[in-house]
Write a protein of this length. Structure first.
Length: 255
């Protein structure tokens, strides 16, 4: 009984601390959902503040990649390691906001990543992480029925930011474990992380504009536009399905 109580307290504490750390992001996300226009730099500052809060509340760290030269000469510097963690969280928070444009895409991507994390955490007996993932899967799974294939509700910036923030925190907690390579987290989160990476380099080096400026050149939008030209009335959910189907195959391969 005591063991069960301790487990429940531990998982509740992780969720509570994640929610506390999310408050700065919640403020800007709520404003954006109310159509208040905010500068991209201000948004980044609030996300960075949430990231710092999460780092200190949850004792997050990233100092072991199993690559000696990186661990010894780069991640051994506490300030650089801290900076890298903040960049990781900012990237994932924005990544999930990028893909929140089609029915079910962001929600199903969240559930899919959490599902694989829950399987891994269960197999390695990380019970706290397993139950946190299970709770979040239940939350997003219940909302999913109203978002796919036809969308009756929208997550908005608040829902997308919360997904990215939770995934980022869980990824960093898993990365601190010594049972497998931290690059596994990168593989699990490859979509939507690739959206951020390609978008950043495309805007910076090819289009010569700020990477913070929004556009419609993301993968899911291009697939949707292509299917729409074919006059398919279900092009929206079909676009989500195509991306998720490819992602599922990839995730099974890396696992």
């Amino acid at each position: 009984m005591n063991a069960e109580t301790n487990r429940m307290n531990a998982e509740n504490q992780i969720l509570q601390l994640m929610l506390y750390a999310f408050i700065p992001i919640l403020i800007i996300a709520a404003l954006e959902d109310l159509n208040v226009k905010l500068r991209p730099h201000l948004r980044m500052i609030f996300i960075a503040f949430s990231s710092l809060t999460a780092i200190f509340l949850l004792n997050l760290e990233f100092n072991d990649t199993n690559i000696e030269i990186i661990d010894k000469y780069i991640l051994s510097n506490v300030y650089f390691s801290l900076f890298l963690i903040i960049i990781m969280i900012i990237a994932l928070v924005n990544a999930f906001n990028f893909i929140d444009g089609l029915n079910g895409l962001m929600c199903l991507s969240t559930v899919l990543i959490l599902l694989f994390y829950s399987i891994v955490s269960y197999n390695y007996n990380y019970q706290n992480i397993f139950w946190v993932c299970t709770i979040l899967i239940t939350l997003y799974g219940s909302i999913l029925i109203f978002n796919f294939p036809k969308s009756y509700i929208f997550y908005g910036d608040t829902g997308a930011y919360f997904s990215g923030f939770c995934i980022a925190i869980i990824s960093l907690i898993m990365a601190s474990k010594k049972d497998f390579s931290p690059f596994y987290q990168l593989a699990i989160c490859s979509y939507p992380t690739t959206e951020v990476i390609f978008s950043f380099f495309r805007k910076m080096f090819f289009e010569k504009k700020s990477p913070m400026m929004p556009d419609d050149k993301h993968l899911h939008i291009m697939i949707y536009n292509y299917l729409s030209k074919k006059n398919l009335f279900f092009s929206n959910p079909l676009s989500s399905f195509i991306i998720l189907f490819i992602n599922i195959i990839y995730l099974f391969i890396v696992n």
